[in-house]
Design a protein around this ligand. Structure first.
Ligand SMILES: Nc1ncnc2c1ncn2[C@@H]1O[C@H](COP(=O)(O)OP(=O)(O)OP(=O)(O)O)[C@@H](O)[C@H]1O
Length: 315
């Protein structure tokens, strides 16, 4: 009797283990967790999305693909990836962050591992800066402890209090661990309009000289961008040592958008809304936007920003 009861017990234990394992797998299947089923980098997806969905940003597209591919394919990065996206309004900075999230997290921007902070929304009162600092640090620490592959997006970085930027500096460093937590697999994306004017000026110079926009190179923008970002006392970045400590891995410039890009945005929006693509309507909508400089009407003042809401009016 003895050996039989033992074998029954062993059998039951095995069945229970099997049940728990499959229960756990079912749980992981339905509930987002910090596992490859939910977080895995799709480099070809990122490449295709940048090529097909992002208009007029050949430099940003190239840098983002290179940066993400290098970082995500490195099993042991020495520091978290820090990208600083610069450009005027509506040129695609938030959109690129969304494309990145969609090609890493199955849930994209809805993932519980993607965190967005907007200066004026989350940190509106300068007098509460100390509270914000400790809340932000706790939030970053808690989330990276929960999942190393977390992504933090800071919108309106130029409006962020310098003290607050300084408070996140330890997490961007080359440290192995900060208070026992490893931040090296996290991704930080800063978005700002700082430098937008100088990027636009260079794009305008190329346009006036009759040079193709595609020939604008990163090196044409690097110096003016760094001068306007780092020497601009309005921009929070200027006050901090993020830059002189080389904690930002890539500065990514976004060019101002032209009429043809607005048409592309309008057509993409029609498709997204399940409408038939109408080139005439897209062209009309694009022509009715405000462009600058006033005489030449080269670049859209608000980029592609208002297209979505305007489309309802035109259809
Ligand atoms: N270069 C682009 N290619 C394709 N679509 C774009 C581009 N730029 C903007 N869009 C469209 O316009 C919308 C608004 O752009 P987005 O929010 O990315 O601008 P932004 O640069 O982040 O502006 P802001 O500085 O005001 O935050 C996007 O969701 C996207 O649909």
């Amino acid at each position: 009797i003895e050996p039989i009861s033992t074998s029954i017990a062993v059998g039951m234990a095995a069945a229970l283990t099997g049940f728990l394992a499959s229960y756990q797998n079912i749980f992981y299947y339905f509930h987002e967790c910090c596992r490859p089923e939910w977080i895995s980098f799709n480099s070809s997806g990122l490449k295709v999305d940048l090529e097909q969905k992002l208009f007029g940003q050949h430099i940003a597209s190239r840098i983002v693909l290179k940066a993400l591919t290098g970082f995500m394919n490195n099993a042991q990065p020495k520091k978290p990836l820090v990208l600083s996206l610069h450009g005027s309004t509506g040129t695609g900075k938030n959109f690129v962050s969304q494309i990145i999230a969609e090609n890493i997290y199955k849930e994209g921007m809805d993932s519980s591992f993607v965190h967005v902070f907007t200066s004026e929304l989350h940190f509106p009162h300068a007098s509460k800066i100390d509270t914000y600092k400790s809340q932000l640090q706790q939030w970053i620490k808690g989330n990276v402890t929960n999942c190393g592959r977390s992504m933090f997006i800071f919108d309106e970085m130029d409006k962020m209090h310098p003290g607050l930027i300084d408070s996140i500096k330890p997490y961007l460093e080359y440290y192995d661990k900060v208070d026992g937590v490893c931040y090296r697999k996290a991704i930080f994306i800063f978005l700002s309009n700082a430098g937008g004017e100088s990027i636009t000026q260079i794009a305008l110079d190329f346009w006036r000289a009759g040079q193709d926009r595609q020939t604008i190179d990163l090196k044409d923008l690097e110096v003016p961008l760094s001068l306007s970002v780092f020497n601009n006392k309005q921009s929070g970045l200027w006050h901090t040592s993020l830059i002189d400590k080389n904690l930002v891995d890539y500065f990514v410039p976004f060019l101002p958008l032209e009429h043809k890009h607005i048409v592309q945005c309008a057509l993409a929006e029609m498709e997204a809304k399940g409408m038939v693509k109408n080139h005439e309507v897209a062209d009309q909508l694009a022509r009715d936007l405000v462009y600058f400089p006033k005489a030449e009407r080269v670049f859209s003042v608000k980029g592609c920003k208002t297209i979505e809401s305007k489309l309802d009016y035109y259809t």
